[in-house]
Write a protein that binds this ligand. Structure first.
Ligand code: DC
Length: 219
């Protein structure tokens, strides 16, 4: 953003299906900064846990695995020990237990360093559940994205190519269950701008965020 000193750091948080990934990616492109997808990192560790045959509820095992694997994000793809696992981490097996694995404090502590390291020298857009409260609490701007449950389910359905009404209803239930499970770390930062993305286009939301950033920058 013109007239702004680099680096610029923006936190984008909110529940699944609120539009975080798309908004964070487009915003990072427009600002020319890194996009740090923290959910993808929790998903990659979850895949490693499943592959190791460990129990997702076993905090010690999950923490050990998180510390032993290399999780990277390169050009919008997620790498686990160098292997591109971007498609696999979005699948149903990982999605079903990622909330349990990401609930372990040890896993969160390991990934915190990876997340902060994802910021480039120009800063970045950090996307997650606790970006504004924990990963980058000093962010220049914190945004909490929401959308109606129906809209979130419809978006998630489009993402995974689900067209059947019963399938969409199942996705809505899955989102609600994950919300309940993620609830402890799903709180907007006190200084976050809350944006309901229902019915808004990606560009409308991104333009709004950039305006908020400019407003914050104005003394
Ligand atoms: O945004 P997502 O659906 O890819 O996130 C996957 C899971 O990871 C989600 O169930 C909550 C968890 N998560 C988290 O606990 N903290 C974050 N900063 C990001 C995601």
């Amino acid at each position: 953003v013109k007239g702004r000193e680099v680096p610029v750091v923006i936190a984008i948080d909110g529940p699944g299906g609120a539009g975080k990934s798309t908004i964070a990616r487009v915003l990072a492109e427009r600002l020319g900064v890194a996009h740090v997808d923290t959910g993808a990192m929790y998903r990659a560790v979850t895949l490693a846990v499943l592959r190791a045959g460990a129990e997702p509820s076993d905090a010690a095992a999950c923490t050990r695995i998180a510390g032993a694997v290399a999780v990277e994000r390169v050009h919008g793809r997620t790498l686990l020990d160098g292997e591109d696992v971007e498609a696999e981490i979005r699948g149903p097996d990982v999605t079903a237990v990622v909330s349990v694995v990401s609930g372990h404090q040890g896993v969160r502590d390991v990934l915190l360093a990876v997340q902060r390291a994802g910021l480039g020298e120009r800063g970045g857009v950090v996307e997650g559940r606790d970006a504004g409260t924990r990963v980058v609490p000093d962010a220049d701007l914190k945004v909490w994205l929401t959308a109606t449950p129906q809209e979130r389910a419809a978006r998630r359905a489009a993402q995974v190519g689900e067209e059947d009404a019963r399938g969409i209803a199942a996705l809505a239930e899955e989102l609600a269950a994950r919300d309940a499970s993620d609830a402890a770390r799903m709180r907007p930062a006190a200084d976050a701008v809350v944006v309901d993305t229902s019915g808004l286009t990606v560009d409308e939301v991104v333009d709004g965020v950039i305006s908020s950033l400019k407003a914050e920058a104005t003394p």
